[in-house]
Design a protein around this ligand. Structure first.
Ligand SMILES: Nc1ncnc2c1ncn2[C@@H]1O[C@H](COP(=O)(O)OP(=O)(O)O)[C@@H](O)[C@H]1O
Ligand SMILES: [Mg+2]
Length: 359
């Protein structure tokens, strides 16, 4: 094996590698290290590992333990604070090597936060799915007798001759209709999507028109579009409805004034319902409003979860069902002043969501 070939292999590992001499100075880094730490090999070589501003105490302790005992050691799920302000969770192994009479140490850092995030996402999704199933079953149970109730009230209306009693039967019919409307919303989209290739900017521009037509002068609208965005294969109206519910919430959360931002990007290697997509379109709707109440943030996609007195708690549950139908997914991040809903859509026409897109 040539040196070049070994270097190519080491640079293509997803594990970040750092080599240290006996004084704990960095003597080797691979490409994964440079990417994880956002630090070029040029700047890293020769400096002491302790000088890396991002190395946390547990990692240094691990290095010292291995140095004094000579035994290899691994720590799971170490949290690193990176220069970029981001955090990374890594499994970290430190091994001591003897080479030409000199002691060297190798640190391996394997980033695991993607896996942890996926596991959490899956758990959360399972909970949401079972709660949704419960609500759907309940809605079905209510729907049938409701039809009977309405029919019987109409019969009664025709049969009885006293006009004073009409008022009561009318109330029964009206309330049955109101309940039936609610139950239909709880049951979710009842039409299969009519998918075609569209540019998501068409959907966003329709939303822009609607927001501006409503005369919300104090809401600034920012468009941050990727003009080279590929088309997606979705139902235009269903995607529009999904976004509209999110935009309505954003406007309500901002109250008098704020900034509403529509951002589009391409993103790579995303997992949706166990399918990995090499490429997806990410459509973000963000607002500078109050932020989502932390008490309900894990539940906002469930039907009937609302913090508003007049709210039905159905908007986001409907949005999620509609986006699911397109083979995509919705994510949400929020802190006061910065709430972002992201809709990920597959760039593929396959019904399952396009696992073949993964090359
Ligand atoms: N952009 C947002 N900013 C703050 N809170 C939000 C935002 N979007 C949703 N929420 C929270 O999620 C809840 C559920 O939203 P939704 O399903 O649309 O129901 P509703 O609008 O009827 O309350 C809202 O009541 C609100 O508490
Ligand atoms: Mg809403």
């Amino acid at each position: 094996m040539t040196n070049n070939f070994s270097k190519t292999i080491l640079d293509n590992l997803t594990t970040a590698l750092v080599g240290l001499d006996s004084d704990l100075n960095i003597v080797y880094t691979n490409l994964a290290f440079e990417m994880l730490f956002d630090l070029s090999a040029k700047r890293a070589l020769g400096i002491s590992v302790q000088q890396l501003p991002l190395v946390e105490d547990r990692l240094m302790q691990l290095v010292k333990d291995v140095q004094s005992s000579g035994e290899p050691h691994t720590e799971w799920a170490l949290e690193l604070n990176l220069i970029s302000g981001k955090r990374a969770i890594v499994d970290c192994s430190v091994t001591e090597l003897e080479q030409e009479g000199k002691t060297q140490l190798i640190i391996e850092l394997h980033q695991v936060d993607q896996h942890l995030k996926l596991a959490n996402d899956e758990q959360r999704q399972e909970k949401v799915n079972s709660a949704k199933m419960l609500v759907r079953n309940l809605a079905h149970e209510i729907k049938n007798p409701l039809g009977g109730l309405r029919g019987a009230a109409q019969l009664l209306q025709r049969e009885q001759t006293d006009p004073n009693l009409n008022e009561y039967t009318e109330i029964i019919v009206e309330e049955a209709d109101r309940l039936s409307n609610l139950v239909n919303q709880l049951l979710g989209p009842n039409k299969p999507p009519e998918k075609r290739w569209i540019n998501v900017h068409q959907v966003l521009e329709r939303l822009v028109k609607l927001v501006t037509a409503e005369g919300l002068q104090k809401i600034d609208l920012v468009r941050d579009y990727d003009p080279s965005l590929p088309e997606v294969f979705v139902d235009h109206d269903q995607l529009f409805q999904a976004c509209l519910n999110i935009v309505n919430n954003a406007i309500q959360a901002m109250g008098e004034k704020g900034t509403l931002t529509f951002r589009t990007r391409v993103c790579r290697n995303q997992v949706v319902a166990s399918n990995t997509h090499a490429l997806m379109v990410r459509l973000e709707i963000s607002d500078t409003g109050s932020g989502i109440d932390p008490e309900i943030i894990d539940k906002i996609f469930l039907p009937m979860v609302t913090s508003r007195a007049q709210g039905t708690g159905l908007g986001l549950s409907i949005s999620q069902a509609l986006v699911d139908q397109q083979g995509g997914k919705i994510e949400c991040k929020s802190r006061p002043g910065d709430t972002v809903f992201s809709i990920l859509l597959p760039i593929s026409s396959s019904q399952e969501g396009g696992d073949h897109a993964f090359q």
